[in-house]
Design a protein around this ligand. Structure first.
Ligand SMILES: Cc1cc2nc3c(=O)[nH]c(=O)nc-3n(C[C@H](O)[C@H](O)[C@H](O)COP(=O)(O)OP(=O)(O)OC[C@H]3O[C@@H](n4cnc5c(N)ncnc54)[C@H](O)[C@@H]3O)c2cc1C
Length: 490
């Protein structure tokens, strides 16, 4: 959009040299102002002296186009957004840095994005011409085994949490891919392999430190700013930037029981899976990935990740029907390191590929939904998957946190993963077609995954929406934090 303008946008050489982030790659065509865009898409011109001042105030650094480190810092996980060029990346090292960046952005009405792990499927953590607040260098994690709690910086990755907590034979719910960021994951809800037993990430959140749109540093917990604490648990990045999270930890044996089992995708298998779900104890997490082209004749197969977080003998007994089911093609269940399954998809779902996803919650797996899934599995154009919910996640009231989808048995996704952008159009259309057929069987969607219209997004917050608007009015009345599943201030 404003590419030409941005190509000329840089600091005067002298100023650039003074900036911590402006290194040897800085370009020669420096002007005294930097082009950017505002929160509403207007062109802005920012004085380079002001950027210099911001940079001087930071423990971290400011990166402009052409600076060493800019290209890596501005990149997010989904390669579909590689061409995005923020006007500046503020790479923060402390809560104070975040305060300074927020104040700078708000005072100039800059379009602001927040990057933690950069895993936003729809690319919300970057922009063309805005200011990216990059938290990725803030990732220290401390475990307090006596208090059974863990403190994590707001730019940590889920893998940092897993490694730190399992070292003490403790765990809290984290997600399926270790390079996902703790920030977006937690604030959206946080679904993971232990959620049926331990609850969602938000159910284990004890406190957070947040920089609000006004630049205030606020502590949120059940006892401090409890209104904000409620909104943070499912309201996403709407109310501020979390620079610290504190989680409850649970006793955990890092050797779990489970494995990977492969079945043909047909009605019998999905009906079996639906029935099994109804009877399984909370320790069990069963997640079929319906992967095209995996069968001997190129057919779609269900690769079922099985994790049992509990006594192994009890797991063997509860999961025995999976091994006895006649449709089983291969695989085994055995004790294995939890770390291995938590990192097992890190490569396949690595940075820089082309990704597109549509997903929604299934409160039950009905015969009609099964028909759709079997049909699209047979077509084999794109993959789909289940994340297992229910258990403890369903025991929390729908209005106890901002995350309202407590009736969900599964999060179901239809996904395209590719390397060639030339295929995107066809594959995106295939994902949309499959999803359109599944949508009538769904009960809302996970705000962390889908990009939908404003109306659909607001409706998806359900009865919690009016309360979320009140919070938005209080903590971000100017809608500074808008690149998210946005709640509009009234
Ligand atoms: C490969 C992959 C696997 C996933 N697996 C799971 C899973 O198992 N379970 C699950 O629940 N979800 C999962 N997700 C979805 C994930 O929760 C969201 O994509 C989430 O937004 C990622 O967080 P992030 O910090 O990496 O994202 P980013 O792209 O860095 O940020 C996304 C948005 O979150 C907000 N944000 C991020 N950090 C902060 C912060 N510290 N303070 C305030 N706002 C912030 C901002 O609004 C930002 O736009 C997965 C996503 C991917 C790509």
């Amino acid at each position: 959009m404003l590419r030409r303008t941005f190509c000329n946008a840089a600091l005067a050489a002298a100023v650039a040299a003074a900036l911590p982030g402006c290194g040897s790659e800085s370009k020669t065509d420096f002007g005294s102002r930097i082009s950017a865009i505002s929160s509403t898409g207007e062109e802005l011109s920012i004085e380079s002296a002001a950027v210099s001042e911001l940079a001087g105030s930071l423990d971290g650094r400011v990166l402009l186009q052409g600076d060493q480190g800019y290209a890596a810092a501005k990149r997010i996980w989904n390669g579909m957004f590689d061409s995005k060029q923020p006007a500046m990346v503020v790479q923060c090292l402390s809560t104070g840095d975040v305060v300074n960046a927020v104040n700078f952005g708000r005072e100039r009405d800059l379009l602001l994005s927040v990057k933690c792990g950069g895993h936003s499927f729809p690319g919300k953590s970057t922009s063309d011409g805005g200011m990216m607040i990059d938290l990725s260098q803030m990732h220290s994690v401390d475990v307090d085994p006596q208090a059974m709690s863990m403190r994590a910086d707001g730019g940590s990755l889920l893998g940092h949490l897993d490694v730190a907590s399992t070292a003490h034979k403790l765990m809290t719910t984290t997600g399926m891919v270790s390079h996902t960021g703790v920030g977006g994951f937690t604030l959206g809800g946080g679904v993971g392999r232990t959620d049926r037993k331990m609850g969602l990430a938000i159910d284990n959140l004890l406190a957070a430190t947040v920089v609000t749109a006004a630049g205030d540093v606020v502590r949120a917990s059940e006892n401090e700013n409890s209104d904000l604490f409620w909104g943070l648990r499912g309201g996403g990045g709407n109310f501020g930037i979390a620079t610290e999270f504190v989680y409850r930890l649970h006793p955990f044996n890092p050797m779990v029981y489970g494995g990977s089992l492969i079945y043909a995708v047909d009605k019998d298998f999905l009906e079996f899976f639906a029935e099994l779900h109804e009877t399984l104890p909370v320790e069990a997490n069963i997640e079929p990935q319906l992967a095209p082209g995996v069968g001997d004749n190129g057919e779609t197969m269900a690769i079922v990740g099985v994790t049992w977080c509990g006594d192994h003998a009890a797991g063997e007994k509860a999961l025995a029907p999976m091994l006895a089911f006649p449709g089983l093609k291969s695989g085994e269940l055995a004790p294995f390191a939890y770390h291995d399954i938590q990192t097992g998809a890190d490569g396949f779902l690595g940075h820089g590929k082309q990704y597109y996803l549509k997903s929604g919650f299934l409160n039950e797996l009905t015969p009609d939904a099964i028909d759709v899934i079997v049909e699209y599995a047979n077509r084999g154009a794109v993959s789909s998957w289940f994340q297992h919910m229910g258990g403890v996640t369903a025991t929390v009231a729908a209005d106890a946190t901002a995350f309202t989808h407590r009736g969900a048995a599964f999060n179901f996704g239809v996904m395209y993963v590719g390397d060639d952008p030339a295929e995107n159009e066809v594959k995106i259309a295939a994902v949309r077609e499959y999803y359109k057929e599944m949508e009538p069987h769904m009960a809302g969607f996970y705000n962390n995954l889908n990009e939908e219209s404003e109306q659909k997004t607001w409706g998806n917050y359900g009865p919690n929406y009016p309360r979320l608007v009140q919070l938005k009015n209080k903590y971000d009345p100017g809608n500074l934090f808008r690149l998210n599943a946005n709640i509009k201030p009234s």
